[in-house]
Design a protein around this ligand. Structure first.
Ligand code: DNO
Ligand code: MN
Length: 370
């Protein structure tokens, strides 16, 4: 696996590139141009500026997260075509800069959704928390306002231009069903994937987070069956997945290790994190350690090892620990601890399989000598 770390940019992240380079085994950043509104074409000079900054610290820019999809594309409006053209041009430019994987998502209006950005865990650390009853009873407009006021920096999915158009967006999605969303996703993929193929860039959709409908909006990238349906829409290696263990894992019926084995070569990017699910279905993000949450991280890493995964991996959200003042979910410390946990599992699996192979070879040689 190739370890990478999300970085929000020089003026937009308290984490420095030098810090990232100091996390063992971390070879690249996962980045985006957060100032560019969804649907607009990315400028080559902006792309090359990030490349230069990263490479000056010995880090690559192979993985972009995200090139956001304009709402008109998700809504299937006639105006979608111009945004799809921009998307294609951006793919070409990213390829020229050396990018290999583009992560994106197809969630209406919202990216990931939580009700509390700093819920205290038993050890005094804080983490992102999802309380179902709050979502059911809250006016989405109040929630968005609260989140916008509590964050001093741009958050993925909560960009100012999206918040401003929220009322209009909710109206636009009235009557849009899951099947409509599938149809609009199909249209998008049929346009984009041939371009990705031509430029040798792997597209990797991120699952919906949480993996169920919120505020009555349709959500479709939610479980194994739907991931399979997605892969069948355009059956090409360039139409692949960002398999996020925390997003999918918030639904206890999702067996992420099984998905790793089933979708193997179509997984281009792995997000690994743990969540603890309560009896009522609420969940909180925990440390990466298997024992701390409800998702069997050990088993997931083992599945990646067993399929011979050579794709990109990043620790996803982490807790806020050691008094770190950081963007919700994106502290340096807990994500770095997550990486060391992942390497710990990975390295011991590699060591074990090497010694098993060595024993098998010895037995075969002995048999041949006889
Ligand atoms: C949640 C995060 C997401 C992700 C975007 C990708 O698990 O990884 O915020 O970055 O959905 O488009
Ligand atoms: Mn994720």
């Amino acid at each position: 696996m190739k370890m990478v770390f999300r970085w929000f940019g020089e003026d937009n992240d308290h984490v420095q590139l030098r810090d990232i380079k100091q996390i063992p085994g971390t070879e690249g950043i996962v980045w985006s141009l957060h100032h560019v509104p969804a649907g607009e074409e990315w400028m080559m000079e902006d792309i090359l500026a990030v490349k230069e900054q990263a490479e000056a610290h010995g880090l690559h820019i192979d993985v972009v997260e995200s090139v956001n999809v304009h709402e008109d594309i998700k809504l299937g409006l006639p105006t979608r075509d111009k945004y799809i053209e921009n998307y294609k041009t951006t793919i070409g430019k990213l390829a020229r800069a050396g990018v290999k994987v583009i992560c994106y998502n197809f969630m209406p209006i919202f990216d990931w959704l939580r009700t509390d950005l700093a819920k205290e865990l038993e050890d005094g650390s804080t983490a992102l928390f999802y309380e179902g009853s709050q979502i059911e009873n809250i006016d989405p407009f109040d929630l968005v306002k609260e989140i916008a006021e509590n964050s001093d920096r741009t958050m993925p999915g909560w960009e100012p231009e999206r918040l401003a158009h929220l009322t209009k967006l909710f109206e636009a999605y009235k009557g849009v069903t899951e099947e409509d969303l599938w149809e609009n996703l199909t249209y998008f993929l049929e346009e984009i994937i041939p371009v990705a193929e031509q430029h040798d860039i792997k597209m990797a959709i991120h699952p919906d987070d949480p993996p169920w409908s919120v505020f009555g909006l349709p959500r479709i990238i939610t479980n194994k069956e739907n991931l399979q349906r997605f892969l069948n829409v355009v059956d090409s290696p360039y139409n692949g997945l960002t398999l996020c263990s925390g997003s999918l894992g918030a639904n206890p019926n999702n067996d992420v290790a099984d998905m790793v084995k089933s979708f193997a070569e179509r997984i281009h990017f792995a997000h690994i994190r743990n969540v603890k699910i309560y009896d009522n279905g609420d969940f909180i993000e925990t440390s990466h350690r298997t024992e701390d949450g409800s998702v069997d991280i050990y088993n997931i890493v083992k599945a990646y090892h067993d399929i011979g995964f050579t794709g990109y991996v990043r620790p996803d959200h982490g807790r806020h620990i050691w008094n770190e003042q950081c963007r919700p979910g994106y502290g340096l410390y807990d994500r770095a601890l997550g990486i060391m946990y992942l390497w710990g599992i990975w390295d011991s699996l590699v060591r074990q399989s090497n010694s098993t192979e060595a024993i098998q070879l010895k037995v075969m040689n002995q048999a041949a000598d006889k």
